[in-house]
Design a binder for this molecule. Sequence first.
Ligand code: KIV
Ligand code: ZN
Length: 498
Amino acid sequence: MNDRLYFFDTTLRDGEQVPGCQLNTVEKIQLAKQLELLGVDIIEAGFPVSSPGDFQSVQEISKAVTWPTICALTRAVQKDIDVAAEALAFAKRKRIHTGIGTSDMHIKYKFNSTREEIIERGVAAVKYARNLVDDVEFYAEDAGRTDNEFLARVIEAMIKAGATVVNIPDTTGYCMPQEFGAKIKYLVDHVPGIENVIISTHCHNDLGMATANTLSGVLNGARQVEVTVNGIGERAGNTSLEEIAMIVKCRKDLPLATNINTTKICATSRMVSNLMNMPVQPNKAIVGRNAFAHSSGIHQDGVLKNAQTYEIIDPKDIGLDDNSIVLTARSGRAALKHHLQSLGVDLDQEKLDTVYQQFLQLADKKKDVTDDDLLILAGTHRNTGRHITIDYLQVVSGVNVRPVASIGLNIAGEHFEAAASGTGPVDAAICALKKIINRPMVMKEFTIQSINKGSDDLGKVHIQLEHNGDLYYGFGAHTDIIAASVEAYVDCINKFRN
Ligand code: KIV
Ligand code: ZN
C-alpha cells in the first residue's frame, strides 16, 4: 500500500504575508472552504496573536470548515500559544504550530541567545501547547542552514516534549535538493522516536528549488508537505501545492497517496489569484495560462495526432475543461453563474446581478470576454461598500496639448468636484483627485498591465501608496486605463486606517 502524504496548506498564512495579498475574513473563509474541497489535510489559517483580524479569521475558519485540521502559528511564547488555542476553540480538529529559529545566525542575531537556551525555549513552548491541544507541530526556523547534528538534538528534545509533527523549514530557500534530502535522512537515522511523528517540509523558493527540495525531503522520509496555491509566499514564495500534487499523480513510480482532488486545482488557483490580485505567471507549471498551450507547428501536429506526444498531464485532471461555454452578450445569468463557479467564484444572487450588468457592458465593448475578464469583474465587485466612489471622470489629452482632467467623487454620500492639469492624462486625473482628498500620500509603485491582447482589452492597474508610514495596495480594472488608474488610487485611499 502507498504511503500517505499529507498536504499542509499555508496560503492563508505564509501566502497572505505577501504585501498586497491581504484578505478579509469573508474572503479567507471562502478560500478555506475551497481548500477543503480540494482535499488539503491541514489548513494553516493564520497567526492569531499578530492582529485581531488574524485571530478572527482563524476563529471563523475553525467554525466554517468541517474535516481538515485547522492550524494556528505561534512563536515559542506562552501568550502566542494561549491566543492560538483560544482562536482554535471551535475547530473540530486543531493544531498549534510553534517554533523557534535554530540556525546559528538566528540564535546569535535574532535571539542573542545560545543553543542550549533555544532548546529550552522550544521544549517549554511544545509542552505548554500540548497542555492545550493534542496536536502540536514544532518548526525549527532556518533548519535549512542549521547544522544537522544540532538540528537532530533539537528535534529529539521536541519529540520528547510532545511534538506530533516536526517541521524542517528551508526558510531562506538556500538548500540544494540533495542537501535537503540528506538533512531529512540524517534526522530519520539519528533521532530516537522520529518514527512516531510526522516529518514535514516547508521550503521557500528563493533559488527556484522549493519543489525539488520538497520532493527530495519526501523521498527521504518526510510525509507532510507545506505548500501554497500558485506557490505564493514570502519573497520568491513557497513550494506550490499544484506542483507536488501533480508530481505525485503523474509519477506512478512514487509510492505515495494523497487526498488531493486534482480536478479542483484550476478553480483554486484562479480563486487565489483573483482574491489576492496576484497574477499567475503565464508559464507557471500546471496552472499558468500557457501550461497546455502548444505553439510550435511540430508540437501542434503531434498533439492533434495523440495528446500524449507532448502532454504528460490531461488538462481535465486539473479541472481545465476545454469544452466550456463561450460567454457572449447574449448569455444569461445562469451561464455566467455556472462559468464563475467553474472559476472558483460563488456569488449570491444580489452580487451576481451586479456582476452580470458589468459583464453585459463589457461584452458590448469586447468581442471575447475571457475568464480573466470575468474574474476581474467578480473581484472588482468585492470593492463595493467603500466610502469613496468615483461619480465621473473626464480627461482631455493628446499630442501638443497639456492634459486636463476633471473628476467627481462621492465621499460618504457627499459630492465633490475638482479639475487639474498634469504631465500626462493619469497625472492630471490624480492631481484633480488630490485636490479633493488632500492627505499626505506618496506613490511607491504603479503598474499597468493588459490582460489578454488587443486594444479593446481590460487594463489592470496596481498601485502602492505610502500614507503615514504605512503601505497600502490598490487595484483597478477598466477598458480605459486612466479610469483603471484612478480606481486603483481610490481603492488604496479607501483602505487608509487613519
Ligand atoms: O519559513 C519559515 O520558516 C516559516 C515558519 C514560521 C514555519 O514560515
Ligand atoms: Zn515560511
